[in-house]
Every structure is written in C-alpha cells, then in structure tokens.
Design a protein around this ligand. Sequence first.
Ligand code: ATP
Length: 490
Amino acid sequence: MVTMEQLVSLCKRRGFIFPSSEIYGGFQSTYDYGPLGTLLKNNIKGAWWRAVVQERMDMEPLDASILMHPRVWEASGHVAVFNDPLVDCKACKARFRADHVWFVEAVHGEETKPFAIEAGEADEAEAKAREKYQIGKKWEVRLTPMIIDAPEGTPQVCPTCGEKDSFTEPRAFNMMFKTEVGAVAGSIAYLRPETAQGIFVNYENVQQTMRRKLPFGIAQVGKAFRNEIVTGNFTFRTREFEQMEIEYFCWPEDGAQCHQEWIDARIAWYTRYGIKRENLDLYEHPDHKRSHYSTRTVDILYRFPIGFAELEGIANRTDFDLTQHGEFSGKTLDYFDTKTERRVVPHVIEPSAGVDRNVLAFLTEAYEEEELVNQKGQKDVRTVLRFHPALAPIKAAVLPLAKNRPEIVDYATALAAELKPHYMTQYDDTAAIGKLYRRQDEIGTLYCITVDHQTIDDDNQVTIRDRDSMEQVRIAREEVLPWLRERITV
Ligand code: ATP
C-alpha cells in the first residue's frame, strides 16, 4: 500500500499538490492544487455533479455565497456549539483535540510497553504507534482514549513530550473564522464552516422556482473553513477545504428509507469511479456521538495511508435545520401538498463529502508500483496511477518518436491540437520515448499516442499505448478520435 510520503512526493514532483506559499516557507497546512491536481479535482467534482444532479430526476444545483448573515450561524447552532474540546500540555505547550489523544499499550506475552499517541481514530492511532515506536507485528496493541470517554485511572501522558499529568482541563474552542465586513468596524461575519446552510436558507427559493414536490434535493460544491486545532496528514485535515454537499428534503415518514438509499447511492458512486469496496467501510455513530436531532448518522470511511478514516458523512437531520431557520428568520419554512392539503416541515438527509479527501482517496486508490521485466531482462518498477477514465487528468498524450524530424513534430502537434477540444491532451517531446511513457504513467494518462517515421513515410497510422495493459495498437489517424470516444467513459 502507498504511504503518505510517497503520495506527497508524487503530488509535488508531478504537479498535483504543492505546499501553499512555498517560496515563503509554506503556511500552516495549506495547499495549492497544481495543474494536474486542479484537473483531477474538477473531474471528481464533475463526476459527483453528474451522478447526483444530471442523472437524477429529483435534484437541483446551487452555488451559495461563503459570507452569510451572522444569524444563520446562530440558528444552525454553530455559534454556540461548533466547538472542539481541546487540552494543552502545561509542560511543552502542545495543543491537542481532547478526543484525539490515545493511551497505547503494546503487549507481548508478559511484557507491556506504554505509549501516548495523537490520532483521530483508533485505526490511525494503532498505525501511528506501530510506526513511531517500531512496534513489531507480534505485539498486540491496546488503545484507550486518554481524555474523552477515558476509563477511570487511564494514565495521562503528553504525546509530544511524554510529561505525565500535564494536561489542562478540556475547554471549548469555536472553530469558525471571524471576519469584519465593510468599512465600519464591528460588523461581524463568519467564513462558512460548511456549505449546507446556504442550501437550507435557499430551500424555499429553489422549491418554488423549480416547482419541486417532495422528495427533492439540492446539491452544492464549495469552500468551507474551520479553524481546526490540529491539522495534518497532508490534505486530510486542513483549515480551508472544499465540500460536496446534498440536502435531500423528504416526507418525515420516508426519512429512514431515503437515508439508507443515499448511503447505498454514495457507496455505488465511489465504486463506480474505481474505489474497491473492501477499501470502504461504514461507521454507525453511536447515540452519544450523534447530534441530538439526528436519528442516524453513518460515515463512509476510506482506507487512507493513515488507516480507515472519514471520507463522507451521511446524516438524517430530521426537521432540525428548517425548523431552526424558520424560528430565527421568522419565515415559516415548510411544505404544503395541495393534493392532500398536508403541511409539514420536510425532513433532511445530508450526504456531505470532502473534495480534498476525495482527491486523496482517489490518488491512494490509483497508485501502484508495478514490477516489470524490461527489454534487457532486468527487473524494473513503474509507478502508475490507474485512475478511472472519467477522473484521469490527462486523457491522451501525443508523443513524437523522433523530435529531430520536423514532419513528425508537426504531425504530432497537429494531432494533439485536433484532440484538445475533445479531451485534455498533452504534447511532450522533452525526452526519449521510454521516459515519456513513464512520465505519463505516473500522472495516470490513459493513452499515449506515438507518431513515428512509418506514420509519415508510409501508412498515416499512429500507435496507441494503453496505460494499464501497456498493449499497443496501430490505427489510422482519422480513427483516433472515435477510438478514444469508445473507451473514455463517463
Ligand atoms: P472530522 O470528524 O474528520 O473532523 P467531521 O465529521 O467534522 O469530520 P463533517 O462536518 O461531517 O466532518 O464534514 C463533512 C466532510 O467534510 C467530511 O467527511 C470530510 O470529508 C470533510 N472535512 C471536514 N473537515 C475537514 C477538514 N478540516 N479538512 C478537510 N476535509 C474536511
């Protein structure tokens, strides 16, 4: 399995993701998507829009603003409770989310070794502990939450400096970024910590302008901001990130069924685009972890290099949001069915996925180091990103076999230009063909199209090499576009 270091290195080397403000030494877990990362991210969002809006009869798109009326965040509960409990170590001043500190015991026969680890989930804590403390496979690892839900007597040890009993009491911390609006000081606004509220406040606008009947949903993609106490694991947890969110409005009695249907639909979406089912898991939130209004919340977890962790959350939020906004705005947000003359506050199912975590998941899934035997009979390794055709940033690369022959170069550039309006196509002549192939494999390009002497002198045909099988076919130039069309699925 690919490690996070391998991913970070490939992303930097090949132009997927760069540390932000790098020439200034970077800035606190912020990242910029490079040319290929931008394409990959757009393709993921495109595949999401396709599945959740275009292919369905019951969904509408929306693009609401990031800055909203401050009352929105009072109604949503974010002003009051968007808090993560955190603790500081009095000795080394390190700060932790109180639910992210673990007491770890490595046990082998009679021997027990204690450690402290900071990690989001138990799986991640075990993987981190094994790596950091070189805990061998024969050792069993036992994990206990150190602060939140800790059994009495759990040792309190700082994961950073190892000091005992040095934590402050857990205290609340509001994760919303505050800003001032306009020239007059004191006019407060927040950067939205989720995109969802933009949907709730537009529920009636969309329902009425689109003449929607229950059930129907609204989908939105956009940036969200959370002043996370602890960021890290590359783009897994950052303070600025992007979400793909749906609010699906339904009759109260249909909530449980719609919820299950969305869980199934979202799993089907991930597997449609190449995530193996065994790399996905579901986490049912137990009663004490769920918001009071939610009747059921299920997370879709992905097997990231750090272990299984949340990729998307799907909550049954009942009528909480529309009721709250109704109360706070003074405008009743309900639904009236003219046929049955029934009036209800719709219930809401919320599938909420992180775009950046999706990018990370699809990169993890696609990454493969394949062992090969080269033409000289030597062992070789090629790194290949096996993206689904719809997600691959570059669909085709046109490569001239000899760049010292102008006819070949002209032919190849003309072919690349011809393909570009249809597919993201690269032209590259900056290395020998073997190296060009490897480069394209490493960014997941589906097809490499080579132009050679025979193309010019003889048959007007080109060679197309398949990324996955590395098999080559020779076809007429005018066949290239139809050939690609047959294979590049949505
Ligand atoms: P976590 O428990 O990991 O903090 P959450 O349960 O608070 O996540 P939600 O509020 O359900 O997350 O947000 C929906 C999705 O948004 C998450 O499944 C995740 O993919 C993404 N997300 C949330 N916080 C971040 C973040 N700080 N960085 C990147 N993505 C995030």
